[in-house]
Design a protein around this ligand. Structure first.
Ligand SMILES: Nc1nc2c(c(=O)[nH]1)N[C@H]1C(S)=C(S)[C@@H](COP(=O)(O)O)O[C@H]1N2
Ligand SMILES: [Mo]
Length: 346
């Protein structure tokens, strides 16, 4: 999701997407189709792997992220995704390998493979989150206490990046609304702001002199967006804890907005009366708005947004599909933007 190339980035630092794709296709064709079928393409079939009968368990044989023992209890009983929209999509689920190896997480570097390659030192445990601002119960809470009251469920959502690629991901987590209610925001809380960890020791993208982001990465939602039942706090995917590269231990998932709203590895949640600044809007306001609703009629200044590449792409399937208004979740969220000019508030 490059902005106008800043003069301090050498061209050699940027891997053109097309080169990257062809390299991957060479490595991955074939095996991926099988993995896709085994892991997710049979949505109607309940899986008996004592993980709450998940629709999409992690495929056997892949290394799992490490987690503290209390996570095991949380993950022992997960409510599987229902069989109907919007918490499920009949589309083929993107294979685990692609979900965890093709990432945007600039704290670990700017190439799609950087987050999985460069996160070996990263530690998501112990973890605490600061709750601040217009809220009755501010403070520093450790993650275990934040998660305690919440039962985990699986949700299979489309993820549409502003760069015009997309995936279908089986998340594990709980509604953001439940977390918000837990801390009792005051009537002045009109927006929620989120911040990502800044740890130069374990996040090489932060140490890089080519970094373009002013850390910490920040995002925000209007309160009614945050309370919408689709808005999700994810702590896992494919039935297991989140890998570092996907935002361990806890990240936001807002499926009707471009992926950059779905901030990873959250350390602070701040309730505010005013609209917060957000990372990509600060970097390039004409290209990335606060709302960032997926919209095939509102193009990015440098590329169109009416189609997308559904990953994985292989020699056998190079699927380019139509992008849908609100990423296909219009029934659930269009009412939030009634009367708003979506071309102006992009
Ligand atoms: N902290 C942080 N969160 C982030 C990003 C990032 O660079 N840093 N990238 C965003 C973008 S552009 C996308 S598309 C999604 C990608 O999520 P995934 O790698 O789990 O698919 O994460 C979002 N969250
Ligand atoms: Mo993105």
């Amino acid at each position: 999701m490059l902005i106008k190339k800043p003069s301090d980035i050498k061209p050699s630092e940027i891997t053109p997407e097309s080169v990257y794709r062809s390299r991957r296709q060479f490595l991955n064709d074939g095996s991926k189709l099988l993995l896709g079928a085994a892991a997710g393409a049979m949505p109607g079939i309940a899986n008996a792997q004592n993980r709450g009968g998940l629709k999409a368990p992690a495929p056997a044989g892949v290394p799992r992220p490490e987690a503290a023992s209390w996570w095991a209890d949380k993950f022992a009983d997960i409510k599987p995704a229902p069989d109907a929209e919007p918490y499920f999509t009949g589309e083929i689920i993107t294979p685990y390998e692609d979900v965890t190896r093709y990432n945007n997480f600039y704290e670990f570097g700017m190439d799609k493979s950087d987050p999985s390659s460069n996160s070996g030192e990263y530690k998501a445990d112990p973890w605490s989150v600061e709750i601040a601002g217009e809220v009755a119960r501010p403070g520093n809470y450790n993650l275990e206490d934040i998660l305690k009251p919440h039962a985990l469920e699986e949700r299979i959502y489309r993820l549409r990046c502003v760069e015009a690629w997309s995936m279908v991901i089986p998340w594990i987590g709980f509604p953001l609304a439940d977390l918000i209610k837990q801390f009792e925001p005051t009537s002045k809380a009109k927006y929620v702001e989120f911040e990502t960890l800044v740890d130069p020791d374990t996040m090489p993208g932060i140490r890089s002199r080519f970094a373009i982001v002013k850390w910490p990465y920040r995002e925000g939602l209007r309160m009614d967006e945050a309370m919408n039942p689709l808005t999700f706090m994810a702590v896992g995917l494919y039935g297991d804890v989140l890998p570092a590269q996907n935002g361990a231990p806890m990240r936001l998932v807002v499926p009707w907005k471009y992926g950059f709203k779905s901030i990873k590895s959250i350390v602070k949640i701040n309730f505010r009366e005013t609209m917060p600044n957000t990372t990509w809007n600060d970097l390039q306001a004409q290209e990335y708005g606060f709302f960032a609703n997926v919209n095939p009629a509102v193009h990015h200044p440098r590329w169109r947004q009416d189609t997308e590449r559904r990953l994985p792409q292989t020699l056998f399937s190079r699927s380019r599909i139509d992008t849908r208004l609100f990423n296909g979740y219009a029934d659930q969220v269009a009412s939030l933007y009634q009367g708003m000019d979506l071309a102006r508030y992009y």
